[in-house]
Design a protein around this ligand. Structure first.
Ligand code: UTP
Length: 312
């Protein structure tokens, strides 16, 4: 179902991708493929499914290749067509057909909050919601943003997406401090946010609900971003601006996501994402299943103390 509430989706893609060096010296992290499709095209697909018409991509001066991915590649398509490679023509043309991609530039990587602020002028004056989707975070199956739109209609304010992690994994994430929203809303698990703790120590986290890369923010986020100081790592943090709004009484809720999630931002999350998508791929799945099974058997045979290794 197309949802008219979100016309534009903001996709910050100007980060340095340091966890993916050396690949990201020349290839933007957002173009690294999951099987054969770059993460940013998967996000374009999710945004189009939400009913958005435009994707404002926040890019860095040295990451122009990202916008090129949304070009039409007419010469390449003509060559492929002349060789009868119609399936490949579709693959090439798809990104541009999914959604209109517009670029705004972030001169320097001053943080996610700063990147979102760069998109302000690209939003229409009639758009009172700022939908942000991070291209290195896959939230599966798609559709959580639709739920978040419904929650915003009911409770107002801003709505984020949370994912339940194991208690010993909290130190990797932004963790929500929550209270019950008072109702099980349309079958979604919705909670009101009291605050957020960035990467808490195990045992000190207020919950096991971790932030994911899906945000439906009130337009007042831009004003909050102007009023905060650089935070962790000297960067303008989006979570600091959200915290400021909460402290001023702005309602912030989370939808607890029930499905899967892949963090494409580091090799440790990117590789499982490729295995997951690869195993489901009708073309590569069966062969990949056999190959991975064999790799595991060989690895286990060569490493008798394997359980201990897996706990590291
Ligand atoms: P990340 O922190 O995951 O990306 O930001 P990063 O900074 O590129 O990664 P590392 O830590 O150096 O490995 C989440 C998203 O926000 C964007 C990134 O491109 C990514 O899609 N981002 C981050 C910006 O657009 N600008 C920034 O200043 C920081």
């Amino acid at each position: 179902m197309r949802n008219p509430t979100v016309k534009t989706v903001v996709v910050p893609a100007a980060g340095m991708g340091t966890r993916f060096l050396p690949a990201t010296k020349t290839v933007p992290k957002e173009l690294l493929p999951v099987v054969d499709t770059p993460g940013i095209e998967l996000i374009a697909e999710e945004a189009a499914q939400l009913g958005a018409q435009r994707m404002v991509i926040v890019t860095a001066p040295e990451k122009q290749e990202i916008m090129r991915h949304f070009g039409t590649f007419e010469d390449l398509c003509a060559t492929l067509r002349s060789r009868g490679k119609m399936e490949q023509v579709e693959k090439v043309a798809r990104a541009a057909q999914l959604i209109e991609a517009v670029a705004v530039e972030q001169d320097r990587p001053l943080g996610l909050g700063h990147a979102v602020a760069c998109a302000e002028t690209a939003l229409g004056v009639d758009e009172d919601v700022v939908a942000v989707m991070l291209p290195d975070d896959l939230v599966l199956p798609a559709g959580v943003m639709e739920k978040m739109v419904r929650v915003r209609e009911e409770f107002g304010g801003s709505v984020l997406c949370a994912y339940n992690v194991l208690p010993d994994e909290v130190f990797n994430y932004g963790i929500f401090d929550v209270e019950d929203a008072g109702a099980d809303f349309e079958g979604f698990d919705v909670k009101r946010v009291r605050g957020m703790v960035e990467k808490p120590a195990v045992g000190e986290a207020p919950s096991t609900l971790a932030a994911t890369g899906r945000y439906l923010l009130d337009r007042s986020i831009f004003d909050a971003l102007r009023r905060i100081q650089p935070g962790k790592g000297g960067e303008i943090q989006l979570t600091d601006a959200i915290d400021l709004l909460i402290s001023e009484g702005h309602p912030v809720h989370i939808v607890v996501h029930e499905g899967g999630r892949h963090d494409l931002g580091n090799p440790g999350g990117y590789i499982p994402a490729n295995v997951d998508f690869g195993l489901r791929d009708p073309k590569y799945g069966p062969q990949l299943y056999r190959a991975i099974s064999q790799i595991l058997r060989d690895f286990e045979a060569a490493n008798p103390g394997i359980e201990e290794y897996a706990q590291r």
